[in-house]
Design a protein around this ligand. Sequence first.
Ligand code: MTE
Ligand code: MO
Length: 400
Amino acid sequence: MDGTSRRGIGPGFGRRDLLRGAVALPLAQALGGRAAAFGADDGDRRPTGMIGRQRDPENLEFPFSALDPRRPLTSNEQFYVRTHFEVPEIGAKTWNLTVEGEVERPFELTFDELRRMPSQAMTALLECSGNGRVFLEPPQVGIRWELGAVGTAEWKGVPLAAVLERAGLKPNAVEVILEGADRGELKEPNPKTPGVIPYARSLPLAKAKAPEVLLAYEMNGVSLPPRHGHPVRAVVAGWYGMASVKWLKRIVVTDRPFDGYFQTFMYSIWERRHGLPTLVPVTDIQVKSEIARPAPYEVVPKETKYRMVGAAWAGEADVTKVEVSDDGGRSWAEAKLTGEPVRFAWRFWEHEWQTPASPGRHVVMARATDSRGRTQPMKRDPDRRDAVISHVLPTEVEIQ
Ligand SMILES: Nc1nc2c(c(=O)[nH]1)N[C@H]1C(S)=C(S)[C@@H](COP(=O)(O)O)O[C@H]1N2
Ligand SMILES: [Mo]
């Protein structure tokens, strides 16, 4: 018996949506007239594949303009892939997880043992902290994602908290390092790695023990695909993707903060404390909205009603408002949030846009506000270096 609890951590989009996703094409056809109600545009869109941003190691983004507003979950095939090293091939039968460091009872766990522990289902969005990097000026050296290094999936696995509890934390424990089985050497961006290193990131205890951190072995109802961390990965809901370590191999509890490569030289930002810039690891996802349609540089007819659609998300908070501007941010019109809010997931929105009369290049923008009252800023904060790109991004279209 596996101890799967039927209740997810949040309400989730539920199994029905998953099934609906799986049969979306026939269903859309069967519904005929209903699909038409979404506008000829949305209903008939076919999956469009992925955009390759880097080969070897493979880095893929979702073509965000292909977002289907009827499907809140991203399919495994359309979920962006961020890899720093070659994908390690690990069979579930040979996999095991070592738990060590500042714990009372270090132990090793096999896949079967993990599967026998009580599991949880959780819907959660992952966004690469470099998503949107192509918009930064001057151009940055990291992967130049446009809008598609983001996706929402349903994950199933065992809370990290349960594994930590089994090991017993010593009183001096402060952080939990998650180590992947992938390893390699980076010569760029500067500085180089100290030879071959594994991918690793740490979580402070408070987040590590939170119920929204899972050691996941399923993604959208099937075992994790190789690129997404087979057989077991961490899913740290509410935090940027770099924390969700794939191909999890070892957990080390430490008595001091971890200053590994991927939270100092990469995935770190400046924070000003007492007026002194201090480098801190990137953590929780900031409120953000993205426009799926119109697509960048789409040809849009003048003086017509155009149905804009997009998604917004806010990490550990909820999206409370999305607004749209077509005059450079002087005025904002409130968009309609669709569907139901799901904690840690994105929320879709739509807006009927009266397109301008004059032909030529035109900019539209969307901005979201969250339940903490934070609104996306118009300006990029340079202290964020090349990560955490959550200011308002322009979508340029061609009015004709
Ligand atoms: N072991 C390992 N885990 C990893 C990475 C990696 O390269 N190796 N990339 C991280 C980054 S930066 C992101 S954004 C997410 C992406 O997860 P995905 O490829 O499943 O979308 O995985 C994270 N976990
Ligand atoms: Mo990332």
